[in-house]
Design a protein around this ligand. Sequence first.
Ligand code: GLN
Length: 193
Amino acid sequence: MQVGVLALQGDWLAHGVMLTPLGVEVLPVRTAAALERADALVVPGGESTAMLRLMEPERLDDLIAERIRTGMPVLGICAGLILLASHVEPDQPSLGLLDVDVVRNAYGRQIHSTIVPIEVDDELGEPGSMEAVFIRAPRITRQGSDVKTLGRSGEEAVLVRQGRVVGATFHPELTSDGRVHRMFCELAEGGDG
Ligand code: GLN
């Protein structure tokens, strides 16, 4: 399986480090041709406004949306989750493929960058506590009934899944805990399920 990592901006390289030991082939995606070869896609953290601009020349936003609509699994991290969301505040374009509303930079300066334990669901293989790195994280303020919460920080959903679309407000690629990437690869390998 070839797992694409959108490599326009942000910390895309760190995902390769997490994915390679899981036995998948990692493919940096910067062009429509590379996207076509990917069986699944990670949209990394970074700056969602910058990524929107950088997707324009190859119309990668439309092409990614089309692939997701036709079943390609996707993992959106932080800025990646913002790009997938139904609605973003402050208002900016998004793909609308994950039925959540998000507020960007919602925790302000005090959670500019922090590591806190979150609680994860048994879909992660081993349920329980996980160290989660938040960097100018968005907050999920609404989630549709098809969106399952797989990770929580207190009352807040920080890891969600709607079918084969997974989103995290934290950065699983910045710790040595591989559970999110493993879960995503298993989901992607699981065919239509
Ligand atoms: N604040 C960034 C944005 O709005 C996301 C930060 C991140 O990806 N760590 O796009």
